[in-house]
Design a protein around this ligand. Sequence first.
Ligand SMILES: *Cc1c(COP(=O)(O)O)cnc(C)c1O
Length: 487
Amino acid sequence: MTKSCSTEIKFSNGQKIPVELHKVRMVQKLHLKPVEERLAAMEKGGYNTFQLNTKDIFLDMLTDSGTNAMSDNQISSMLRADDAYAGSQSFYRMEEAVREVFGKHWVLPVHQGRAAENIISQAFIKKGDVIPMNYHFTTTKAHMELNGGEVLEIFTDEALKIKSDVPFKGNIDIKKLEGVVEKYGKDNVAFIRMEASTNLIGGQPFSIQNMREVRKVADKYGIMFVLDASLIGENAYFIKKREEEFKNAEISEILLLMCSFADVVYFSSRKVSSTRGGGICTNSEELFMKMRDLVVLFEGFVTYGGMSVREIEAMAVGLYETTDETVISQSPSFIEYAVTELDKLGVPVVTPAGALGCHVDAMDFLPHVPQSEYPAGALAAALFIISGIRGMERGTISSVRDAEGNDVLADVELLRLAFPRRVFTLSQTMYVVDRVNWLYKNRELVGGLVFTDEPAVLRFFNGRLKPTSDWPTKLVAKFKADFGDSL
Ligand SMILES: *Cc1c(COP(=O)(O)O)cnc(C)c1O
């Protein structure tokens, strides 16, 4: 491969602008519908952006999961897929890619990231165990609790600060980690989990230095170390950009080094390699054997794991592409642009810019909406209505009620605007900045939400809500007054 560069290009005026280092060869038409139709769609969707139909959406920034643009090489690889229930060559090509990119020999395929979490939780968590980690992810926590485990978040004091210039807010607090082992005893710690580009706190990375220290604790007590590598490419890019020691390192070297600290690495290939699927890998045959038969039970035979062979082929190519700086810098450089512009305008966003998306701080944006009325959910609904941009609530709606049925207020209330790789252009990004800024100037018009239909498990997916007043109508009226017939 020729040496690749970051998509962040310096302009002659000194500004850093993200430039699309790819050309568009197939397009999908988008629809920017009138504001009244967007309001009707939001009402129909129960004020939950998960319940919208993409025919009503202009820019779909819900997630990067399964929505990254595939490369020409990925699409063409799908044509040579080898259809076979067992022993497919497609699987062996993917296995080879995992060995080369992550440096782990034993590979298990699964249908997506949470399936890996199911297998790992069943294999290694016993009732009453604790699992310390930098921060939880929704599906991770649900699977661990289902298996009788308790998630302990041992992030640093900086992690939840919205405005910060600390480069690695995803680090584990080593003192707290030692404290957990001392308190619960090493036999009751199922494993230590580290999540690359910590999803729920704004896509914030951890450093190699922190991984080294976590490994030391794991070795000292003989505890297993599991890496959630779903967003590993971006975390590796931030290590190169922000950790002095690695400024001249190749991304491929950083990826191998990151994985070398962990006993087990798992990933959602919906994120890491722009295709469906996922995987678990390790260099320990013993650990592999503890998981293998669960894959057969829950996923499918060990050479397809619930994926189609076409997806497996594209995943293999996508894993190699994760070592390409041009590919993995694409989303972070656009996020950085959006975060920098919004920050300049005074809109509260999580800094430093991280992976995955631009994260707007809904508590600061809507100080008049109490947390019990879900400010991040309300902000997501309001932004969709005034712009056709679909974001995702990452706050109290994304958590679950306690045993007494009380809402557990989230640490942070974020509206996440995801930047799937190579999907949006700079002018679309400018539209996002403009509409978020307009909403900020009219923020007093946005009110809260209340549940009308609330599922017991992962309620943010299928729950339905309604506004606490007729605020959406007033918001639409102001939008029309300002924009006239322009959409
Ligand atoms: C998305 C994600 C998962 C779950 O993966 P799915 O493929 O959506 O099941 C797990 N961990 C992290 C950090 C993720 O971002």
